[in-house]
Design a protein around this ligand. Structure first.
Ligand SMILES: NC(=O)c1ccc[n+]([C@@H]2O[C@H](COP(=O)([O-])OP(=O)(O)OC[C@H]3O[C@@H](n4cnc5c(N)ncnc54)[C@H](OP(=O)(O)O)[C@@H]3O)[C@@H](O)[C@H]2O)c1
Length: 371
């Protein structure tokens, strides 16, 4: 997750009213991994596509050399982030990712920063005009990037070397017999920041051995993703027992076994999550189909809820994620979303969730899914 996050930036716009009742527009960028914020521009004039595109060009020309290239830019569907704005980033090899619907929490990271800058700075000052706002923002952003402690960065400011990276390399898990996977390719190019472990999550002995191998490591995030399904149109009464057991064990029991086995390796303010599904929502089941799969994800949700209740009183965040219908082996070729549309948003939601202790059931745009 941290490897993905370190190559994602998000941008957004917000407005500020001056004492003379002029509306001032601010365009800013934030780097998901470090939380570093950059003010792109402030205007008291037309905050249109041409203005946003010019800011993008200025940034492109001033691009700093980064050890790790930016791969994705997340933004909402505001028409000021239109084609010419995106083209500037595409020319630099950055893929714009649009949040699919106008949902308030879709660009969760950037939205969170707007709340912060208002609460800690702009709500306390009468803004005189554009120049005054620029001065306020540059002072606040310097404080935010260089001095202000972040709970989810181990109380370090964004500008300091991140303890998250020092904490431990990311560990990704693949199943035995899978052979070489894209995760192996990622590990090869990660300069030691990604380790690959091989286990079958349905084998408790392998989970216990993994726990032993990781015993001297600490993680800020533990997220289980493995899942499976059966012949999806079979009504529940006709499902062979073996299929039922396989889906229920893989999707509901094994993720919780992994979580309970590895839970003590997660930091006190870390996040523990599992990949659920929108199909796990009992409220939203108005169409039937995929009955065992739905039941397994609903069971996972219930088990995770019990786990979170047992951990209440801790500062940890717990999350069940619904990634949308995604074109994967499991999702099939007709799914609405590509992995590149779902995953950067999903990472964005997970990182923002670290700020909010307690359990939530969220989709990849940060919207609450009804139980
Ligand atoms: N795609 C969607 O539309 C969608 C929607 C909602 C939720 N989800 C959830 O998203 C998660 C990822 O699914 P996906 O869409 O990426 O499907 P996928 O391409 O089929 O990936 C499932 C992954 O789970 C692994 N896995 C299955 N059983 C395992 C086991 N016993 N031990 C270790 N690994 C195991 C598989 O490993 P192998 O490669 O070795 O089989 C595979 O890498 C699942 O939990 C799924 O339910 C997907």
């Amino acid at each position: 997750m941290r490897t993905q996050a370190s190559s994602i930036i998000a941008c957004d716009l917000f407005t500020v009213e001056s004492v003379k009742l002029t509306t001032l527009h601010v365009l800013f960028f934030t780097e998901l991994h470090t939380r570093r914020v950059l003010i792109g521009g402030v205007t008291d004039g037309a905050a249109n596509l041409a203005w946003a595109t010019q800011i993008a060009r200025n940034l492109s020309e001033a691009r700093e050399d980064r050890a790790e290239p930016i791969r994705f830019l997340v933004h909402d569907r505001d028409k000021r982030f239109g084609a010419t704005f995106d083209e500037v980033f595409k020319a630099d090899g950055i893929k714009p990712v649009r949040t699919p619907w106008p949902a308030p929490k879709a660009n969760a990271y950037a939205e969170r920063w707007i709340r912060t800058v208002r609460a800690e700075c702009l709500d306390r000052v009468m803004v005189l005009g554009r120049r005054h706002l620029e001065l306020l923002l540059s002072t606040y952003v310097k404080h935010y990037n260089e001095e202000r402690p972040h709970r989810s960065l181990g109380l370090k400011p964004p500008g300091e070397p991140q303890p998250l990276r020092a904490l431990s390399p990311d560990v990704g898990i693949v199943r035995a017999g899978t052979g070489r996977t894209p995760l192996h390719d990622l590990a090869d190019t990660s300069q030691g920041r990604v380790d690959v472990e091989v286990i079958d999550i349905n084998e408790p002995a392998q989970v216990a051995a993994l726990r032993e191998r990781l015993s001297d490591r600490r993680f800020d995030m533990l997220f289980t993703n493995a899942g499976t399904t059966n012949n999806e149109q079979t009504p529940i009464g006709q499902v062979p027992t073996n299929d039922f057991v396989t889906v229920m064990v893989t999707n509901a029991l094994s993720p919780m076994r992994v979580i309970e086995a590895l839970e003590d390796l997660v930091t006190p303010t870390g996040l523990i999550g599992a990949m659920s599904s929108g199909q796990g929502s009992i409220t939203n089941n108005t169409t039937a189909g995929r009955e065992v799969y739905r039941g397994s994800k609903a069971a996972l949700n219930m088990f995770m809820r019990s786990f979170a209740v047992r951990q209440s009183g801790t500062a940890r965040a717990f999350v069940l994620m619904a990634p949308g219908w995604v074109r994967t082996t499991l999702g099939g070729p007709d799914a609405h979303l590509g992995i590149e549309e779902s995953v950067p948003n999903l990472v964005n939601v997970l990182l923002a969730k670290r700020e909010r202790p307690g359990l939530e059931y969220l989709d990849y745009m940060g919207r609450t899914v009804p139980w």
